[in-house]
Ligand binder design. Structure first.
Ligand code: FAD
Ligand code: MG
Length: 583
């Protein structure tokens, strides 16, 4: 079909050239003006928001969340095809990678946020936004229960129900405390913009408190002991930012207490930044050592009171406690209550996040999609389908596969099972024929006919390559864009997009499963030095990567307004330093 092949070409362009999609995204977001949006159809007092009255032909899509996944979905969706409503407890999008910079005033909070209404008003058709928290998803009735974040009158917060035909769940995740006693009550988290603002105030408070006249030296030391829990990218970046803030700005303003400052980074594993290349880990640990940041690996926090933090040395099992002034907890993500409740409802009980298939459809729940930090893709195993694959490939029904027969189906197999490609890449093999040859005994290599047992043994290790995608903005944004493209072509996507396993001559997959394209990751380490790990395991560390970081983060901004603000914040910091006023 012509339309389909055009779509395939476009989607391939998106897939093959991420810069193309970036160009389009940047263009879309930057073309709007700066006029404030006012929602003329504000729905106060309505208890049941039913769009079928306004337009019964259009299907109702409800999107939960305005983070990376939700916003990317909305920006790419053809809103003229659907009646779209968005429910989120915050009326802005936050550029989370810059939150550590907000904690120390390198970048201002308002520079990293963009009002959702400004993003959605650029769409062809009106998209309605409700600033509310979704408290319950009722999959049977296709309703979401919402509670406004605004206080309405004396009866408290208004509650209402939104009905949907399709639900897109993109509510992200919450901080994970691993039920460690005292964490919730005594630690700062770094998930939201408000968290970053609270941390900034608290750091400055600590310096003012430590400068008061009647404190003993011990008390001053305690107040100026900053503890960061978690040696992942966020914890490491925050520790580095804090170190820079103290050493570049605060030491000049608080000269009497500057020598009492201590920053400790606690990590339960053997190394910090363990998801990065070993060279980056080693460089970061060494740099932090030189900077005087006390990195304690193999140290698990077991309890936090209002004045001391207790850790267990993983090697010897010994528990020790140290007084602290402030703790920032950054140890990964947990499940939001609304998602946990929903998972119980649809019998996904023993999981941490919502399981979806490769088309982002929630398992066990029709017309519901989940993406971003609240979901994980349950990738189909090759071994589960090996008999079907063999049967389809064996066109002449000879009971064996020839090289030609394998070659005819390989492209489809690689699309359906991305782990095959990954496996070949890791084994440095050009194609699957090499793999099949490899599995044969030397004397049998000449004849490349395979029976099912031989095919099984050749592909037996392939599924070991399956990995969950990381909980990152990159994944969330790509999933949002992908799902919007699915929605824009729902007629191909809705009913059985995977088809039966289809092979050449019989037509291809109706709609490609989601495929993540990793564009690299950064770990800012302070002192204008950043570690970058780019695709192909290309590692670069130092000042040049810091400039790459500046340019990538400037280009990824959601609008020209935030881009301008962020760049001007960086410039201001270079010239005047960070501001330490406690406001
Ligand atoms: P979020 O972006 O968290 O959005 C969730 C949305 O859902 C929000 O709008 C929220 O208000 C809304 N919501 C929550 N609960 C409800 C509810 N009950 N009802 C309605 N709405 C709700 N990733 C990178 O790739 N690179 C980085 O450099 C990077 N740095 C990071 C630094 C920090 C400090 C943090 C915290 C994260 C960082 N990440 C980074 C990870 C990245 O931010 C997340 O992976 C990404 O935000 C996930 O997107 P999401 O849309 O799933 O969730
Ligand atoms: Mg055959």
């Amino acid at each position: 079909m012509r339309v389909f092949s055009f779509y395939q070409r476009v989607s391939r362009a998106f897939h093959d050239y991420p810069s193309f999609s970036k160009l389009i995204v940047i263009f879309t977001v930057s073309s709007g003006g700066l006029v404030a949006y006012s929602d003329s159809k504000s729905h106060h007092g309505a208890n049941n928001v039913n769009l079928s009255q306004t337009d019964c032909k259009k299907k109702r899509v409800v999107v939960l969340g305005t983070g990376w996944a939700g916003t990317s979905f909305l920006k790419n969706l053809d809103s003229s095809v659907y009646d779209v409503q968005v429910v989120s407890q915050r009326n802005y999008f936050a550029f989370t990678p810059l939150l550590p910079s907000v904690t120390c005033g390198t970048v201002e909070a308002r520079s990293v946020v963009e009002p959702v209404r400004k993003i959605i008003r650029k769409k062809k058709e009106e998209i309605r936004f409700w600033e509310a928290e979704c408290t319950k998803i009722d999959a049977a009735k296709k309703e979401v229960h919402c509670r406004s974040v605004q206080k309405v009158g004396s009866d408290g917060k208004e509650e209402f129900i939104v009905e949907y035909d399709y639900l897109v769940i993109a509510v992200g995740a919450c901080a994970n405390t691993f039920n460690t006693p005292g964490v919730e009550e005594n630690c700062h988290f770094l998930k939201e913009v408000e968290d970053a603002q609270r941390i900034r105030k608290s750091v400055i408070d600590s310096f003012e408190r430590a400068s008061l006249p009647n404190l003993s030296e011990e008390e001053r030391k305690k107040v100026l002991h900053f503890v960061v829990v978690g040696g992942g990218p966020t914890g490491v970046e925050f520790a580095a930012e804090l170190h820079d803030f103290v050493n570049e700005d605060l030491v000049k303003l608080y000269p009497k207490v500057k020598d009492l400052v201590k920053i400790t980074l606690l990590e339960a594993g053997d190394h910090i930044l363990n998801m990065f290349d070993k060279r980056i880990t080693a460089f970061a640990e060494e740099k932090f050592g030189r900077d005087g940041i006390d990195v304690k690996t193999g140290s698990m926090v077991v309890k936090v009171t209002d004045s001391v933090i207790s850790t267990k040395e993983m090697r010897i099992g010994e528990i020790s406690s140290v007084p602290y002034g402030m703790v920032v907890w950054s140890t990964g993500i947990g499940t939001r209550p609304v998602i946990r409740e929903f998972m119980n409802q649809i019998s996904q009980t023993n999981r941490r996040v919502l399981a979806t298939d490769e088309w982002l459809r929630v398992e066990g729940c029709k017309s519901t999609y989940a993406l971003g930090d609240c979901a994980t893709i349950n990738q189909r195993k090759v071994m589960e389908d090996i008999a079907v694959i063999f049967d389809k490939a064996d066109k002449d029904k000879s009971g064996t596969l020839t090289v030609q027969e394998v070659q005819d189906v390989i492209k489809d197999i690689q699309i359906r099972y991305p782990q095959v490609e990954l496996y070949l890449k890791n084994r440095r093999m050009k194609n699957i024929v090499d793999l099949l040859k490899d599995s044969k005994a030397d004397d049998e290599k000449k004849s490349l006919e395979l029976d099912i047992e031989e095919l099984k043994s050749a592909l037996s290790q392939v599924d070991s390559q399956m990995k969950n995608l990381p909980a990152t903005a990159q994944v969330a944004a790509q999933q949002g864009a992908y799902l919007a493209r699915c929605f824009n072509r729902m007629e191909e996507c809705e009913e059985n997009p995977e088809g039966p396993i289809r092979f050449r001559g019989e037509g291809r997959h109706r709609f490609h499963p989601f495929r993540y394209k990793h564009l690299g990751q950064f770990a800012p380490l302070g002192g204008e030095q950043t570690a970058a790990q780019l695709p192909g395991d290309w590692v670069s560390i130092g000042h040049s990567s810091q400039w790459l970081w500046y340019s990538v983060y400037a280009s990824k901004q959601v609008s020209w307004r935030t881009r301008f603000l962020v760049i001007s914040d960086w410039t201001r910091r270079f010239i005047f330093g960070r501001d330490s006023s406690r406001i």
